[in-house]
Design a protein around this ligand. Structure first.
Ligand SMILES: C[S@@+](CC[C@H](N)C(=O)[O-])C[C@H]1O[C@@H](n2cnc3c(N)ncnc32)[C@H](O)[C@@H]1O
Ligand code: SF4
Length: 394
């Protein structure tokens, strides 16, 4: 059977724009154009079918924005439409991002019926004051009731997103957030350091944030607590119970192929040995006006591929093998040997065994590791970015 692909679906609307968020998310119109948007998504997928070449689907990820603003009927229609065009593997992982402030009674049961089997809930913090400063539309109580709704719907495979190094946060309160998250029994936890992203309200008017040393202490405290609760730290920001790693994100980090549909979505597919990147119109209005039938494609220059591979693979604790590098990039290991040797000499990379893995120090200074693989020509240099789970969301 041919190698499976993943599908990223971007749903770009939110109730309100959070002041720290640079995702392609927009305040929702009064009436969400659900049917129109689903029709555009399917037309979009249709246009990319030549790139997918009949490969089966191992995972689908509905990201945002706030996908949980869409009703279960629209989501079911979307999945039916995808399944009519590409075959789902029997154990396909279908994740939906949800904001606890949008979950009324029975909502998750409808999504589960439509085919969702994994949910990623944006908790961010369990401290009411922190949630207010972050501009969230929910308090701690809504997070707990959304988790109760998940249980009622039989959705045991769920993730909680938490952020730390929040405005005026103390070490104790960062750890208390992790404690409260563990108490809700998630299968997975994403723990992101709050970053000030250009173009956001926080970037223009920065709130008082903990310094780097304090943020690092917070990470170590939380890491230790999560380890004692049985969560393996398998990626920079990701922790999972045994067997509960996010397969969709693992595919990104292994430099696997994925289709990207929806406003601003990016895709990456290997076609005849070349890596093709796709990009869709970013504005929801432009996307809808084109009925999902717009976007661009370009072949990634061979010179940039090793860097792009490292940008993903070095985020994993288990790193990568040279065979995986060669398989994913189509390039011989000799092109990266000098960089690997330099990183080993600096104590940032462990190359003792079959796998090449960042050391503890390397994990802390991941940008330095990745920078070693930047192509020589400045014009073709992609941006360095180590935050966030979704290279596809934009
Ligand atoms: C698309 S959102 C998740 C779903 C939903 N929109 C929500 O916020 O509840 C993806 C996640 O990225 C993280 N995130 C967004 N902006 C961030 C930033 N500036 N720094 C760190 N993490 C950020 C948040 O944890 C957020 O839950
Ligand atoms: S963090 Fe989530 S809810 Fe807030 S604006 Fe970004 S995508 Fe929307």
């Amino acid at each position: 059977m041919s190698t499976p692909v993943a599908i990223y679906v971007h749903l770009p609307w939110c109730v309100r724009k959070c002041p720290y968020c640079d995702f392609n998310s927009h305040v929702s119109p009064e009436a969400l154009p659900e049917a129109e948007y689903v029709a555009a998504l399917l037309a979009d997928l249709e246009r990319d079918l030549d790139l997918a070449d009949g490969r089966p689907v191992a995972s689908v990820f509905l990201g945002g924005g706030t996908p949980s603003l869409f009703g279960a009927g629209a989501i079911a229609e979307l999945f039916d439409g995808i399944a009519a065009r590409l075959a789902f593997l029997p154990d396909v992982e279908i994740t939906m991002e949800a904001n606890p402030g949008t979950i009324e009674h029975g909502r998750f049961a409808g999504y589960a019926k439509a085919g969702v089997n994994r949910v990623s809930l944006g908790a961010q913090s369990f401290d009411a004051d922190r949630l207010r400063v972050l501009g969230r539309i929910h308090g701690p109580a809504e997070i707990a009731s959304a988790v109760a709704e998940l249980a009622d719907a039989g959705l045991a495979n769920f993730n909680l997103d938490l952020m730390y190094a929040l405005p005026e946060q103390t070490r104790e309160s960062a750890l208390a957030d992790v404690e409260a998250a563990i108490a809700l029994g998630p299968a997975h936890l994403s723990h992101y350091q709050l970053t000030l992203e250009p173009g956001t309200a926080f970037f223009h008017r920065p709130p008082p944030l903990p310094d780097d040393d304090l943020a690092w202490q917070m990470q170590l405290d939380c890491q230790e607590r999560l380890a004692s609760a049985g969560f393996a730290h398998y990626e920079v920001s990701a922790y999972a119970q045994p067997g509960r790693q996010c397969r969709h994100n693992l595919n990104y980090w292994r430099f696997g192929d994925y289709l990207g549909i929806g406003a601003g979505a990016h895709g990456k597919l290997t076609v005849d040995g070349k890596v093709v990147r796709t990009e869709k119109p970013r504005s929801p209005r432009a996307y809808l006006e084109a009925g999902g039938r717009a976007g661009s494609r370009h072949v990634v220059e061979a010179e940039v591929l090793p860097f792009e591979f490292m940008l993903n693979a070095l985020r994993l604790r288990t790193g990568f093998t040279l065979a995986e590098f060669e398989g994913a990039t189509g390039q011989g290991a000799e092109v990266i040997r000098p960089a690997l040797a330099a990183l080993e000499a600096r104590g940032l990379l462990n190359a003792d065994g079959a796998r090449l893995q960042p050391t503890e120090l390397g994990f802390r200074f991941l940008n330095d590791l990745m920078a070693e693989f930047l192509p020589a020509t400045p014009a073709s240099r992609p941006a360095l970015r180590t935050r966030g789970p979704v290279p596809a969301a934009g």
